[in-house]
Design a protein around this ligand. Sequence first.
Ligand SMILES: Cc1cc2nc3c(=O)[nH]c(=O)nc-3n(C[C@H](O)[C@H](O)[C@H](O)COP(=O)(O)O)c2cc1C
Length: 196
Amino acid sequence: MVDASSLNRPAPQTIDLLLSRRSGSAKAMTGPGPNPEELRVILQAGARVPDHKKLFPWRFIVFEGEGRKRMGQMLGDILCAEGDVSDERVAMERERFRRAPVVIGVVSRARENIPIPMWEQELSAGAVCQNVLLAAHALGYVANWITEWYAYDPRVKEKLGLKPDERIAGFIYIGKPGEPLEERVRPDLDSLVTYF
Ligand SMILES: Cc1cc2nc3c(=O)[nH]c(=O)nc-3n(C[C@H](O)[C@H](O)[C@H](O)COP(=O)(O)O)c2cc1C
């Protein structure tokens, strides 16, 4: 718990981060990744998001060390079982989670038939992903929020232990940038803002 007297301390430097934040490609990531204390901070930041009625409609799955290898193995095995898949593709899947030193899976636990709409619970899971990205960047890492095919694959979800109503909001890859970051196209703000 944060002491009430230290809530919302001004941190103007945060604006610099928000206005310069750039995802780093998972493919180009290297180590080292966050240490255990930093990882804890990143997860705490992730869990500190707006959330209507304090439902905490999300949870985390952390992949690091050998866990990344086991996840890749699982992805490769799932594709192999399909039959018509090249050896290169299977080899690529086996290495997928080893692109970054740490991957955080954010799982949405949004429930239907409760007073808070699913949409709002899912938005909260999106906010978790963004807080994880920002916290990782604030600590000097790059991060990449991706879903790719395995976030939606029912076999992967089952093997990861997701319940039928749980969904992957994102896999956040975290590491050091292996190549220089380049700015990408950003929207023309004026075309998106109206004043009522
Ligand atoms: C829900 C969600 C899923 C995404 N999935 C992928 C993905 O599977 N592959 C990908 O290349 N980018 C994906 N992205 C986009 C990247 O996270 C990133 O935002 C994009 O490369 C733009 O870079 P920026 O974050 O620096 O603006 C996804 C973004 C969101 C919000």
